[in-house]
Design a protein around this ligand. Structure first.
Ligand code: FE
Length: 340
């Protein structure tokens, strides 16, 4: 008798979280802040392999996180996928993620690109890009160079409050210390050719046009221009040089695309399967190639000549968990230095 009551109760509870899915249908509810068309093939392939249908809810990071928070225990969200370590850290600090235990993921994803909850599935580097006429390559070999008086009036940048720059600031804090990182931010601000505005691509165009001499950009924006047939994009690519920063010190700062399983995920098995799928050689190819990024799994192959043309480099090996944790401090330091 007691057993029957429990069964009925469980039945009721199970019906609450995701009422529209019938018990037989296998689904995964993916909250995604990635908006790359090529991701369609990545997801279709998962459904083909596993029979698990993906319901995708797309939005901006902040909106999606707010939504998951508000949905609380009844949230249908299984996996949250986005770009930038700082944003995944925000989700984690809100307590939204569940620990992920998978031998396969531990084997395939390098230690420094995993945390106990969220992990990286592709990487992008933040490089120095300069105008070949206005700036000498040897003057921009380190992030620290951007604060040198030599580059007075030459630097342009997107907002210091943007997660890409905060993550770089966080790397500088880890390697150079808090005081030096603040000094650096002040030096960069003193070197501005103009107040921060626009995205990375806008900075690349400004450097090519000679409005400023040097900037920092994520590699996929560069590769996007390199793959473009538009004459104006070709001109940009011809006018700029790319430096891999800090090759003789701690390596070039690398950020990630990544995902985590949500604490209240109603389809935990499907969520884990999806995470493991993202680390498969096949998915790694789709995942990284879609946005001109590098796979995190060593055996994965990306057929992307323009990305290959960037060449090999020494990447910073700072654990992404540590990188993400320092972004709040980076924000404070940048604020104090006037890098907004
Ligand atoms: Fe971006």
């Amino acid at each position: 008798m007691k057993l029957r009551v429990v069964t009925v109760l469980l039945g009721c509870l199970a019906a609450v979280p995701f009422a529209s899915a019938n018990a037989q249908e296998k689904v995964l509810n993916l909250y995604s802040a990635r908006h790359y068309q090529t991701d369609e093939a990545l997801y279709a392939n998962f459904t083909k392999q596993t029979g698990i249908k993906i319901n995708r809810i797309e939005g901006k990071e902040e909106e999606l996180l707010e939504r998951i928070k508000n949905e609380g225990a009844n949230s249908p969200a299984d996996v949250f996928i986005t770009v930038d370590a700082a944003r995944l850290e925000i989700a984690d600090s809100l307590g939204l993620f569940a620990p992920v235990k998978s031998k396969l993921l531990e084997e395939r994803i390098p230690d420094n690109l995993r945390t106990p909850t969220w992990m990286a599935f592709s990487t992008r580097a933040r490089v120095i890009v300069y105008n070949k006429v206005a700036v000498k390559a040897e003057d921009v070999q380190y992030y620290e160079d951007l604060a040198s008086p030599k580059l007075k009036g030459q630097v342009c940048s997107r907002s210091g409050a943007h997660p890409y720059n905060l993550s770089l600031g966080s790397a500088l804090i880890s390697h150079d210390g808090e005081a030096k990182a603040e000094e650096w931010a002040r030096g960069v601000v003193a070197n501005f050719a103009r107040s921060p505005k626009g995205g990375d691509t806008d900075q690349l165009r400004a450097v090519a046009a000679g409005e400023c001499g040097v900037t920092i950009s994520n590699t996929y924006y560069l590769v996007r221009l390199m793959r473009s047939d538009k004459p104006e994009d070709r001109k940009v690519v011809q006018a700029i040089g790319v430096a891999w920063p800090n090759q003789k010190s701690w390596g070039t700062h690398v950020n990630i695309s990544g995902a985590g399983v949500l604490k209240n995920a109603p389809n935990k098995d499907a969520a884990l399967k999806f995470m493991e799928y993202l680390a498969s050689d096949e998915a790694q190819g789709y995942f990284a190639n879609g946005n001109n990024e590098w796979p995190v799994v060593k055996s994965a192959v990306v057929k992307n000549p323009e990305l290959d043309a960037l060449g090999k480099f020494k990447a910073d090996t700072l654990p992404i968990g540590q990188l993400a944790k320092n972004t709040a401090l980076a924000q404070k330091i940048f604020d104090r230095a006037g890098f907004r």
